[in-house]
Write a protein that binds this ligand. Structure first.
Ligand code: AMP
Ligand code: FE
Ligand code: FE
Ligand code: ZN
Length: 286
């Protein structure tokens, strides 16, 4: 069985619609896909319907924007009830702040001589219900200010760069609890990608596991070199965490993240499914 548990669609910052994503998953020989758009469940119903047509099983998921130690970190949730009011309210608040920070970012870009309006960004975001910096990057590309998303992030949009403006997010510990309370399982996304190993040390991961019953960590991810993968695999084994692997596919929006480039072992997937059932979460949308 080929299983990819971290992907994005046009409902957040991917470039394939949920339907196209599932079609491509079938073509890539995948049996299970988790759609994990940022802070939204809006693509899941379409993905599940398409999955049925193309013979790919959908595991309902999301990637929640969280913070710890003053840094952004990402938390994957699988199998949460989509109508959980507390989780829903939190996600809604994060999505709203994704929109309200836009004015400030556009102002900073304009101060730097790049005219990008809020409307330009909304146009670039199309059908997305969760608006992200990648859409701002797309608007910058459309206006010819940068070559691609990578350049926009490298020079302008990343933490510490001139056009970076923070937005609301939930504390990581609370994110884990929210996912559990909604019946789901919580897996740290790319814990040692892009400098987050500074805040997600082995000690911190151990305490998230001990005090918040963190379920798993993403081990095989493009942001992790072979040494990081080995250390995370060992750490996860010692702590009894489910160890996953995934592409973090964003379509054309992220290079070198092709569907199925990393996969999750069937035993790990089954463990997640069992935990979702024990928590009374959902394996199907509706
Ligand atoms: P935001 O959701 O607004 O915080 O933006 C974060 C998103 O930007 C993440 O989902 C990443 O996938 C994406 N991202 C970060 N760095 C890059 C990059 N260099 N190129 C393309 N996408 C990126
Ligand atoms: Fe993303
Ligand atoms: Fe992420
Ligand atoms: Zn992701």
């Amino acid at each position: 069985m080929r299983i990819d548990l971290h992907t994005h669609s046009t409902i957040s910052d991917g470039t394939d619609s949920p339907t196209r994503l599932m079609m491509k998953a079938a073509r890539s020989g995948l049996d299970v896909i988790a759609l994990t758009d940022h802070d939204t469940f809006d693509g899941l119903e379409e993905a599940q319907a398409a999955g049925q047509r193309f013979g790919v099983r959908l595991l309902p998921g999301l990637e929640m924007t969280c913070h710890i130690g003053g840094r952004d970190v990402h938390l994957l949730g699988y199998g949460t009830r989509l109508d959980d009011p507390v989780l829903g309210k939190e996600l809604q608040a994060t999505r709203v702040s994704r929109v309200t920070r836009l004015d400030a970012i556009c102002q900073r870009l304009s101060d730097a001589g790049m005219t990008v309006t809020v409307n330009d960004v909304h146009r670039a975001a199309g059908a997305a219900s969760s608006l992200g910096r990648p859409h701002i990057a797309d608007a910058m590309v459309a206006k010819g200010y940068v070559e691609d998303r990578d350049e926009a992030f490298r020079d302008w949009l990343s933490e510490g760069k001139p056009a970076y403006v923070s937005r609301r997010s939930v504390a990581l510990e609370d994110g884990i609890d929210l996912i559990h309370d909604a019946g789901g399982v919580a897996v740290l996304a790319h814990p040692w990608g892009r400098g987050t190993q500074q805040v997600l040390t082995p000690q911190v991961i151990a305490s998230l596991s001990a005090y918040h019953q963190l379920d798993g960590i993403e081990v095989d991810h493009q942001d992790h070199d072979p040494a990081a993968r080995r250390m995370l695999f060992d750490l996860g084994g010692r702590l009894g965490l489910v160890r996953t692997g995934a592409s973090d596919y964003h379509g054309a929006g992220k290079k070198d993240h092709e569907l199925g480039c990393n996969v999750t072992r069937e035993t790990a997937y089954r463990e997640l499914v069992t935990r979702i059932q024990l928590r009374r979460g959902v394996l199907r949308v509706r």
